[in-house]
Design a binder for this molecule. Structure first.
Ligand code: AMP
Length: 299
């Protein structure tokens, strides 16, 4: 089955202590879509300006990502620039230029409206609502978010969370949302906002799922060197949704393995700038890392 992904489609300029790379392909939807594409068909919803390089369009196409829902408007593509500190865990946003995102209203092609799996990747909650409003009885809807929306669009976000099957956020956002610094108490409070599945991402420490059948502690793949973690969270949730969309039967039967696949795709994402490493990985390499994680965590 297909997964529909809406989010930012961006040009990212990224600076780490070791290198600097301008105008890479980025955005929450780009990372999530490439990650999901390893497992099955992806419908991408987003917007880019007329400055968006053709080679990035070709890159989406090489991954079999359907682009009927990608609008190209006159103007500039969303541009984000960020800088990492020495330990690579702390990131500072240097600039966010909205460009064509400022006036973007996603209109779904008719063929997208019945996509069974929906990932509302990080983007303004009003746009996430707008996409969900156009879907016809989706089977499983998950959203991701970021600290900015908790600050500037909390009411929209809380309304959205009520409509979700799953909500994915990182630990500092969970703390910001609930006022709880204990992750397990935070999970409980987030369930009360609506979703049956809540996933809290903890970067290099993995992630935690709370669902109808209790908790799952998902490991992170042990990387010796991180080149650029931009998009790791998006790759995680994209990989998870792509894997789930390719399975049959109840979500509960597959969600743990889906998270592990997401975690492995995120590990590849961290090994290169932007999408440079992820776009060169094969499904066989992903499967190998998943097996390795299984061996490392079985007891
Ligand atoms: P992550 O590292 O998983 O938090 O995701 C980083 C990605 O989020 C980058 O590729 C950015 O283009 C994108 N991004 C940064 N700020 C925003 C924003 N305000 N809205 C949507 N996407 C954003």
């Amino acid at each position: 089955m297909s997964v529909l992904i809406v989010g930012s489609t961006a040009l990212d300029s990224i600076k780490t202590p070791k290198a600097e790379n301008p105008r890479l392909l980025g955005g929450s939807a780009s990372h999530a879509a490439v990650a999901a594409s390893f497992f099955g068909p992806v419908n991408l919803v987003g917007v880019v300006g007329d400055d968006f390089p053709q080679r990035y369009i070709r890159l989406y196409e090489r991954h079999g990502i359907d682009l009927e829902g990608l609008q190209v408007l006159p103007g500039k593509t969303f541009h984000w620039s960020g800088e990492y500190e020495l330990n690579m865990n702390n990131r500072r946003t240097l600039k966010t230029e909205l460009g064509v995102f400022e006036t973007f209203t996603p209109t779904l092609p008719a063929a997208y409206q019945t996509t069974p799996f929906v990932l509302l990747a990080n983007i303004a909650p009003a746009l996430q609502h707008h996409v969900l409003d156009q879907m016809r009885r989706p089977r499983f809807v998950v959203a991701d978010t970021m600290d900015l929306w908790l600050k500037v669009a909390l009411q929209d976000l809380l309304k959205l969370v009520k409509r979700l099957d799953g909500f994915v956020l990182n630990d500092s956002e969970a703390q910001q949302l609930t006022g709880e610094d204990n992750v397990f108490r935070a999970l409980k409070k987030i369930h009360r906002l609506g979703p049956r599945y809540v996933v809290i991402k903890q970067g290099s420490h993995g992630s935690i799922l709370s669902g109808p059948h209790g908790l799952f502690l998902c490991p992170a793949y042990p990387l010796r060197q991180v080149v650029d973690p931009t998009g790791a969270g998006d790759s995680f949730v994209g990989g998870m949704m792509g894997y789930l969309a390719a399975t049959k039967g109840p979500i509960d039967r597959h969600i743990r393995r889906a998270m592990t696949y997401g975690s492995v795709v995120a590990s590849f994402c961290c090994e290169g700038f932007g999408l440079q490493r992820t776009t060169r990985v094969t499904r066989a390499q992903i499967d190998r890392r998943v097996k390795e994680l299984e061996r490392l965590t079985r007891f």
